[in-house]
Design a protein around this ligand. Structure first.
Ligand SMILES: Cc1ncc(COP(=O)(O)O)c(C=O)c1O
Length: 395
C-alpha cells in the first residue's frame, strides 16, 4: 500500500468535499420505479432514465429470470472464443427489426459500444472525427482512444461543423453526436447533420441512449422523430435506460459495419458478452415497447404537464419536448441545497453543478416517466413550490 498515493488521493478527496463536488449515492431499497424507497423513505423518483417504466415490468423481469434459468450467468469468456448464445443472436435480431436496419451488435454497455465503434472505424491519422462539444463522456473517451484528427464543434453549431468539414483532409470522416443531449435535453438536428455528412462524404454516428424508446412515433429515436430512419446513419444506444434499465448497449446499422466490429472491435474481442438474463429481459422490453405504443403517448403527456407546471412556478426550465427537463438554478451550492430540500419533501431530483455543466448554470435535472401518476407529478410540483419559497429559487 503506497502511503504517498493514499495521501495524494486523500488530499484530492478533501478538496472535492470542500468544493461541494464529492458525490454520495443515495440507497435504493426497492426496484427502480416512479415511486421508490430511498434511504428508507418513500420517495417520488424524478431522476431515472426509466422513461417507459420497464425496469420493474413483470414481463421483463420474468423473461430475465427465464434467461438466467436457461443459460446460467454468462458465456464465461468472449463470444468468438467459447461461443455466442442463442439469446445474444435473438436480441441482436430484435434490435435490428425494431430499428429497421440490417444488423446490430451488442456490447456490455453503451460506453463499450461507443469505445468499440468509434476508434475502430476511424482510428488512424488519415481519419478525422467531428464531435459536438456536449457529447457524452463515453464518446469523448472513445475519441481519445483514436489516433484520428479531432474536431470539436460548439454545441449544435452546424455552420462551424461545415467549416471544419471543409478544412479537413481525411480518408474516413466520422461525425458523432448524441441524439438527445443528456444535460440539456435538446435534440440533435439530424436532417441537417445527415445533409452535411452526405455533402462531405462523412459517416454520421448518433448515440441514441436518451432517445431510444422516447422519440419517434414508435420510440425508434431521433431518426424516426425527424423521419430519416434507415438513411445510412449508424446508431449506438443503451439497454440501461428505457430498454429495461439493467446494462448493455449496441451498435445498429449496416451488416458490413457490424461484421467489421465482430472482427476488429476491441471490447467485442477482449471482453465478455452481455449476461443472458439481461439479453432476455431486453428482448421482452423491446417487445413491450413495440406492442404498447400508448406508453410513448403517456410519456409525452406527462412531460408536457410537468414542464408546464414547473414554468408556472416561475422556474427557468430549458425548453424542449424531451422528458429531460433541466431546471436552471444558477450556483452549484444552490443546486445541492435544492436537491436536499426536495428530498426532505419526498422527491428525488439530481442536482448537477460545475464542472459537469458550465459555471452559473447549475441545474436540477428532472426526468419524467410514462409511469408517473398525476398524483406523483403533483407531489413533485408541490415540493418544488415549497423549495422555491424556502430557497428563493427562480429569482
Ligand atoms: C448519451 C449517452 N451515451 C452513453 C451512455 C452510457 O450508457 P451505458 O450506461 O450503457 O454505458 C449514457 C449514459 O449515461 C448516455 O447518456
Amino acid at each position: 500500500m503506497s502511503t504517498v498515493l493514499d495521501n495524494l488521493l486523500s488530499e484530492e478527496l478533501k478538496e472535492l468535499e470542500r468544493t461541494g463536488q464529492y458525490k454520495r449515492a443515495n440507497e435504493l431499497q426497492s426496484p427502480q420505479a416512479p415511486a421508490v424507497t430511498m434511504d428508507d423513505a418513500p420517495t417520488v423518483m424524478l431522476s431515472s432514465n426509466n422513461y417507459l417504466g420497464l425496469a420493474d415490468d413483470p414481463r421483463v423481469v420474468a423473461a430475465a429470470k427465464e434467461g438466467l434459468d436457461r443459460y446460467g450467468m454468462g458465456t464465461a469468456s468472449v463470444r468468438f472464443i467459447c461461443g455466442t448464445m442463442t439469446c445474444h443472436r435473438q436480441l441482436e435480431a430484435k434490435i435490428a427489426e425494431f430499428l429497421d436496419c440490417e444488423a446490430a451488435l451488442t456490447f456490455i454497455s453503451c460506453w463499450d459500444a461507443n469505445v468499440g465503434l468509434i476508434p475502430t472505424l476511424a482510428g488512424t491519422k488519415e481519419d478525422a472525427i467531428f464531435s459536438d462539444a456536449l457529447n457524452h463522456a463515453s464518446i469523448i473517451d472513445a475519441i481519445r482512444l483514436s489516433r484520428a484528427q479531432r474536431f470539436v464543434y460548439p454545441h449544435q453549431d452546424l455552420d462551424k461543423l461545415a467549416e471544419m468539414l471543409t478544412s479537413a483532409e481525411a480518408r474516413i470522416k466520422l461525425i458523432v453526436t448524441d441524439g438527445v443531449f443528456s444535460m440539456e435535453g435538446d435534440i440533435a438536428r439530424l436532417p441537417q447533420l445527415k445533409a452535411l455528412a452526405d455533402q462531405y462524404d462523412a459517416v454520421l454516428v448518433v448515440d441514441e441512449s436518451h432517445a431510444t424508446g422516447v422519440l419517434g412515433e414508435h420510440g425508434r429515436g431521433t431518426a424516426e422523430h425527424f423521419g430519416v430512419l434507415g438513411e445510412g446513419v449508424i446508431q449506438t444506444s443503451t439497454l440501461g435506460k428505457t430498454l429495461g434499465g439493467a446494462c448493455g448497449g449496441y451498435v445498429a446499422g449496416s451488416r458490413a459495419v457490424c461484421d467489421y466490429l465482430i472482427q476488429k472491435s476491441r471490447p467485442h474481442l477482449f471482453s465478455n458478452a452481455l449476461p443472458p438474463a439481461v439479453c432476455c429481459g431486453a428482448i421482452a422490453a423491446i417487445d413491450v415497447l413495440m406492442s404498447e405504443p400508448e406508453r410513448l403517448g403517456r410519456l409525452r403527456e406527462n412531460t408536457a404537464y410537468f414542464r408546464e407546471q414547473i414554468r408556472q412556478l416561475g422556474l427557468k426550465v430549458i425548453e424542449g419536448i424531451t422528458p429531460i427537463a433541466p431546471v436552471i438554478v444558477g450556483e452549484t451550492a444552490l443546486a445541492i441545497r435544492a436537491q436536499a430540500a426536495l428530498l426532505k419533501r419526498g422527491v428525488f431530483v439530481s442536482g448537477f453543478g460545475y464542472p459537469v455543466v458550465p459555471k452559473g448554470e447549475a441545474r436540477l435535472r428532472c426526468q419524467i416517466c410514462a409511469t408517473h401518476t398525476r398524483d406523483q407529478l403533483d407531489q413533485a410540483v408541490s415540493a418544488f413550490r415549497q423549495v422555491v419559497e424556502e430557497l428563493k429559487l427562480g429569482g
